[in-house]
Design a binder for this molecule. Structure first.
Ligand code: CO
Length: 134
C-alpha cells in the first residue's frame, strides 16, 4: 500500500543553523526558510536525489514539535512520510486493521498542499508516520 518515501522530517531548535549544516557540511540543495504558521513550524526543504529531508523549527510554545524538542533537546527524527495512491482508502484499511489515525481521521492539507494523515507511533515501531496523497 505505501509507496515512495516522500520525506524524513527532522525537528531542530535553530533552523538557520541546521540548514547551514546541510548546505555547507553535507553539501545538499537547501531551500530558504518557509514559514508555515498554520502548522506551527518553520520549514526548510532539502532535496536529495531520491527523497527529501524537511527541517522543522517550532513557532511558539503551542507548536506540535515543541514537546518533542523538550524530550530531544538536540533535535531528532520527528516523522517519516510515505506516499499513498488513495489516502482515504489507506485510512480505512489502517483503521480496519486497528491502527490509530491521529485527529478525527479527516486528511489535512500538509506542507506540500496535498492531503496528509498521521498515524500513532505506538502502532508503527515507535515512529510517527505521515501518509501523503501521491
Ligand atoms: Co511531514
Amino acid at each position: 500500500m505505501i509507496g515512495r518515501l516522500n520525506h524524513v522530517a527532522i525537528a531542530v531548535r535553530d533552523i538557520a543553523k541546521a540548514a547551514e549544516v546541510y548546505r555547507s557540511t553535507l553539501g545538499a540543495a537547501v531551500s530558504a526558510v518557509v514559514p508555515q504558521p498554520a502548522h506551527g513550524v518553520n520549514t526548510v526543504f532539502i532535496t536529495l536525489p531520491n527523497t527529501k529531508i524537511e527541517l522543522l523549527e517550532p513557532i511558539g510554545a503551542d507548536s506540535p514539535i515543541a514537546k518533542f524538542l523538550e524530550r530531544n533537546p538536540d533535535g531528532g527524527i520527528h516523522h517519516v512520510c510515505y506516499e499513498v495512491d488513495d489516502i482515504l482508502a489507506a485510512r480505512d484499511r489502517l483503521k480496519a486493521a486497528g491502527a490509530r489515525v491521529l485527529g478525527d481521521g479527516t486528511p489535512k492539507i500538509g506542507a506540500h498542499d496535498k492531503p496528509v494523515l498521521f498515524l500513532h507511533p505506538k502502532d508503527f515501531c515507535g515512529t510517527l508516520v505521515e501518509l501523503e496523497q501521491a
